[in-house]
Design a protein around this ligand. Structure first.
Ligand SMILES: [Fe+2]
Ligand SMILES: [Fe+2]
Length: 191
């Protein structure tokens, strides 16, 4: 499947409203990062285009897919906003036979992060976080870091997310902590 075919499928699934436009901005941002960090542009394109493929699905359906598709069932105890990543990964494999595990994992983990993220996973996670229409505290710092160092930008994005969730007294999915801890340890253990 090429970029145009994938965009066509996405537009049919999401319409051409804000969610589709967000996905196109994520695509453009992710391709920029792919060129800078020498990642496979074709994989980045597919992962970016489909990362929010399940974003408009009702929560009940997302929950059913998480359980029946044998995605991580711990997700059910956390915010439903996290569910559309794993469900999108499952659906693009099932519906279009997309079977590249790198692409599927970049889609799957874009909502949570995880330990030992691949470069492709980091690019999709960050592109989703910093696409040009995003506007929240700390965003510019994350954008600047993304131009210099993927891991440092990831630490910034993850710590912003964790602090935000703490401030709302929201539960934090363990993989998000794992992603953060893994990157921090890479820079040398700090106590
Ligand atoms: Fe998403
Ligand atoms: Fe997104």
């Amino acid at each position: 499947m090429n970029r145009e075919q994938a965009l066509d499928i996405l537009q049919k699934a999401l319409g051409d409203g804000p969610r589709y436009k967000h996905s196109v901005r994520v695509l453009e941002t992710a391709v920029g990062l792919a060129e800078k960090y020498e990642e496979d542009v074709k994989k980045v394109e597919l992962a970016a285009i489909f990362h929010d493929y399940a974003k408009l699905m009702p929560v009940d359906q997302l929950k059913n897919w998480i359980l029946s598709a044998k995605e991580d069932s711990r997700l059910i105890d956390y915010h439903p906003e996290l569910w559309h990543g794993p469900v999108a990964a499952y659906l693009v494999q099932k519906e279009f036979g997309m079977d590249d595990p790198d692409v599927l994992n970049a889609i799957r983990y874009h909502t949570t992060g995880r330990a030992k993220m691949s470069r492709l996973e980091k690019i999709i996670f960050l592109a989703d976080y910093i696409e040009p229409e995003r506007n929240f505290p700390g965003i510019q710092e994350t954008r600047d870091l993304a131009k210099k160092n993927l891991d440092e930008a990831m630490v910034k994005a993850l710590s912003n997310t964790i602090v935000f969730l703490l401030s709302k007294k929201s539960a934090i999915y363990p993989d998000t902590f794992e992603a953060y801890n893994d990157l921090i340890r890479k820079g040398g253990i700090r106590f």
